[in-house]
Design a protein around this ligand. Structure first.
Ligand SMILES: [Zn+2]
Length: 291
């Protein structure tokens, strides 16, 4: 995830094409860093209560997009846009959304074209900055985007606005259309990888409960290229802005899905057959009576 402006104050950092980065402090010494490769073989089965999204279908009020010099970010100031459930253990409010091109997380070593981070903080804390100092104080939802033939109309709203400020890092602009977080997420939000990790930008605080949905969303190749046209603080094109993969170390990686529902849906097939056989039997019995 990207830091807020105050987190960036006094720090000078940038991403290099040559990995790994050397950002110092916890970024270099931490044992619970992000992103990671989400490998099915390394994961354990999990099942959590469903996510409950509040006000995600409403367009973000007075949405502003910022060229942060390392991403494009949309701020949310409405405290009613929250998530609960999903094993998070509390209510988390949406602070901001931003993108990485290509994806930060990989699934079984496969990188995606784009990754959206929806950054939330636990409402027990007054702000994202305060929550970032506490273990599990921050919850980030990661959405992966695969390349598709059709452009994504919701991404277009972001790109249309970003085009105006692509050469002006630090500048913000009012979003040129309506944008609700719901429409940037996959329809299936019950299957995902879960692990405890960090922010992926300095100072890499290890305070994040990560959720990366396994179902991806479509975006066109041309749209991905438009993200690359955004300029950084040095006036250079931001060709990519993902951090290198970090080791899992002694952490549990959980692959969460609705196992019981899956099993039940298989179990329903024989039940349905039994019902049909019963109905046919009843019809035969009835028809016999008619003759
Ligand atoms: Zn991010």
């Amino acid at each position: 995830m990207a830091p807020t402006r105050s987190m960036l104050a006094g720090t000078k950092w940038q991403r290099h094409c040559q990995e790994p980065e050397s950002w110092g402090g916890q970024c270099d010494n931490g044992r619970r860093q992000s992103p990671i490769d989400l490998a099915q073989a390394a994961a354990v089965r999990g099942e959590f209560a469903p996510f409950f999204f509040s006000n995600y279908k409403l367009p973000i009020k007075q949405a502003k997009l910022t060229n942060t010099g390392h991403s494009v970010q949309i701020a949310n100031r409405d405290p009613a846009v929250t998530i609960q459930g999903g094993g998070l253990g509390g209510r988390f409010v949406l602070d901001q959304m931003h993108f990485h091109w290509g994806s930060e997380h990989t699934i079984d070593s496969a990188r995606y074209g784009l990754e959206l981070h929806l950054v939330h903080h636990d409402t027990r804390y007054a702000s994202l900055e305060e929550a970032a100092a506490a273990r599990n104080g921050v919850a980030v939802l990661g959405v992966l985007f695969h390349v598709s033939a059709q452009p994504n109309m919701h991404i277009d709203v972001i790109l249309d606005t970003a085009a105006d400020i692509r050469n002006e890092p630090g500048k913000e602009a009012l979003l040129k259309g309506k944008l609700a977080p719901h429409y940037l997420m996959p329809a299936n939000r019950s299957t995902y990888y879960r692990y405890e990790g960090s922010l992926t930008t300095p100072a890499c605080a290890e305070s994040v409960i990560w959720t990366v949905f396994t179902d991806s969303v479509g975006v066109s190749l041309e749209q991905i290229e438009q993200f690359k046209a955004i300029h950084d603080q040095n006036g250079r094109e931001l060709l990519n802005n993902f951090r290198s993969l970090q080791p899992l170390n002694a952490r549990a990686l959980v692959y969460a899905t609705e196992w019981d529902r899956q099993e039940n849906s298989f179990a329903e097939v024989p039940r349905l057959h039994a019902l049909l056989i019963g109905l046919v039997g009843l019809l035969i019995a009835t028809s016999k009576c008619l003759y």
